[in-house]
Write a protein that binds this ligand. Structure first.
Ligand code: HSE
Length: 415
C-alpha cells in the first residue's frame, strides 16, 4: 500500500528464514520502531518454496528485485563471496540499502562495498556479522564515538567456546566436545571455519576495521585454532588459576599501525572474559575515556542473529534520507604489524626425557620461569610460563633448549 517500504531477502536459509518470520509476524512492532510500514516483497531463492509462509513472494531471478525501484532495501543472507558479493554490488549500485549477516563478505570486501554504498548514497549495515545478536558494531562506532579505542578483544566464536567449556568443566576430549557442538547445531556446516579460528578471524577483522578506521584483511591476521589444545593444557592452566579461551585481539600501536591475531590464550580466572561460557560471546572494548566495556550475549543462533539483521533494517528505514556515517576506509601496506614483534608471555608444555635438567635449561634460557604442575601428568612432561618478550625472542630461546619436544605453546594475556 501507500507508504509501504518494500524490501527483499536474498537467501531464505536459517538466518534469512528467521528474518522473514520476524518481518511477517511482528509487522506492527516494526512499524512502531521504524516509523514506516515495512513490507517483505521478495524472497530470492533457487527454487519455489511452497511450504513457506512467504511462498507467494519467492523469485529466482535477482534482476526482478534489482529493477524494482520501490525496493528500498535488500537483506543478504546467502553467505560466502560468490552470488552474495555479486548481488550486494548490484543492489548498492541500484541505490538500495543493504543489510547483511555475512562476515566473510564484509571481512574480505568491506572497504570496497562501503565505498560503493557511499557513492550511491545508501547504507551498508552488518551488525549481525559479529557477535550474532549482541549489539557491538553500532555501539562501537556510535556510543563510543568520543573515545580513542586502544584495543578490542573477544570470544567471537560460539562453537569453539562451547568446546573449550566442555573440556574445562566436564574434562571432555576435544573430539567428543566437537561432536556435541555439532549435535547441538552450533558448528558451521564445515566445522573447520570454527575450530581453525577462521570465523573468529573474520570477526576480529570487522571489529578492527571499525575500531581503527582502515580495512583489515583476514589473510593479514595470524590465526590459530583450538585443535591442538589438549586436556592436560586445560589442567595445568586450571592449577595455575586461569582458563584457555579462543580470543580475537586487535590493538592500536604507537606508530599508527595495529596488531591483530586469533589464537588460544590463557585468561586469568578473574578476567571479565574468563566466565564467558558455552555458546556465549563477549567483546571487550578498551577506550581512553570509557575504560573497559564488555558486550555479552548470544553470539550464534538463528533468532539472535535475525534480531540484529532486522534492527539494521529498522535503522535504515529511520534514516531514509540521511545516510548513516558508518564504516572505514581502505587499507595500506604494512598496516598490520608482524605478530612476532609483539610482546607476550607463553605457556609451554613439552616432553623431556630428563625433566629436571630441561626445566633448569629453560630457567637459564629465559632468566626466570614459572613451573606448572598437574596431577596426572606423565613423568617425562614439563610445563612452565615464560617471562614477557617478543614472540620472536621467545621462540628463538625455546629453540635453543636441548632435549625438549614441544607439545603446546599458548599465549598468556595480561587482563
Ligand atoms: N559458527 C559460528 C559460531 C556462528 O559458532 O560462533 C556465528 O558466526
Amino acid at each position: 500500500g501507500a507508504g509501504m517500504k518494500k524490501l527483499a531477502i536474498l537467501g531464505p536459509g536459517v538466518v534469512g528464514g528467521s528474518c522473514a518470520e520476524i518481518l511477517l509476524r511482528d509487522a506492527d512492532l516494526l512499524e512502531r520502531n521504524a516509523g514506516e510500514q515495512l513490507e517483505l516483497s521478495y524472497v530470492l531463492a533457487r527454487r519455489a518454496l511452497p511450504d513457506r509462509p512467504y511462498k507467494d513472494k519467492v523469485v529466482t531471478d535477482f534482476s526482478v528485485i534489482e529493477h524494482d525501484a520501490d525496493v528500498f532495501l535488500v537483506i543478504e543472507t546467502i553467505g560466502g563471496c560468490g552470488a552474495a558479493l555479486e548481488y550486494v554490488r548490484r543492489a548498492l549500485a541500484a541505490g538500495k540499502h543493504v543489510v547483511t549477516a555475512n562476515k566473510q563478505l564484509i571481512a574480505e570486501h568491506g572497504a570496497e562495498l562501503l565505498a560503493l554504498a557511499k557513492a550511491n548514497g545508501v547504507s551498508l549495515l552488518f551488525e549481525a556479522s559479529v557477535g550474532g545478536g549482541i549489539p557491538v558494531l553500532h555501539p562501537l562506532s556510535q556510543c563510543l564515538g568520543a573515545n580513542e579505542i586502544y584495543e578490542v578483544r573477544g570470544i567471537l566464536n560460539g562453537t569453539t567456546n562451547f568446546i573449550l567449556t566442555r573440556m574445562i568443566e566436564d574434562q571432555m576430549s576435544f573430539e567428543d566436545a566437537l561432536r556435541l557442538a555439532q549435535e547441538n547445531g552450533y558448528a558451521e556446516k564445515d566445522p573447520t571455519a570454527d575450530i581453525e579460528g577462521i570465523d573468529a578471524c573474520r570477526k576480529i577483522c570487522i571489529l578492527a576495521s571499525l575500531a581503527f578506521g582502515k580495512h583489515v584483511y583476514p589473510d593479514g591476521v595470524y590465526t590459530e585454532g583450538i585443535t591442538k589444545i589438549h586436556l592436560r593444557d586445560v589442567e595445568y592452566i586450571r592449577a595455575w588459576g586461569g582458563v584457555i579461551k579462543l580470543l580475537g585481539r586487535a590493538k592500536r600501536l604507537q606508530n599508527g599501525r595495529i596488531s591483530a591475531m586469533v589464537s588460544p590464550a590463557v585468561v586469568d580466572r578473574h578476567s571479565q572474559l574468563a566466565g564467558v561460557d558455552d555458546v556465549f560471546n563477549a567483546i571487550l572494548v578498551r577506550g581512553d575515556a570509557i575504560g573497559d566495556v564488555v558486550f555479552y550475549g548470544r553470539g550464534a543462533g538463528k533468532m539472535p542473529t535475525a534480531s540484529a539483521v532486522v534492527a539494521d533494517v529498522i535503522d535504515c528505514a529511520k534514516h531514509l534520507n540521511r545516510k548513516k556515517l558508518f564504516g572505514w576506509g581502505s587499507s595500506e601496506e604494512g598496516y598490520v604489524a608482524d605478530y612476532r614483534d609483539m610482546r607476550t608471555a607463553l605457556y609451554i608444555r613439552a616432553q623431556a626425557s630428563k625433566p629436571d635438567q630441561a626445566l633448569e635449561a629453560a630457567r637459564k634460557a629465559f632468566g626466570e620461569i614459572t613451573a606448572l604442575h598437574c596431577e596426572d601428568a606423565p613423568a617425562d612432561e614439563i610445563a612452565f610460563i615464560t617471562p614477557q618478550d617478543t614472540e620472536r625472542e621467545l621462540q628463538a630461546k625455546l629453540a635453543g633448549i636441548n632435549g625438549l619436544t614441544l607439545q603446546s605453546v599458548i599465549r598468556m594475556t595480561d587482563y
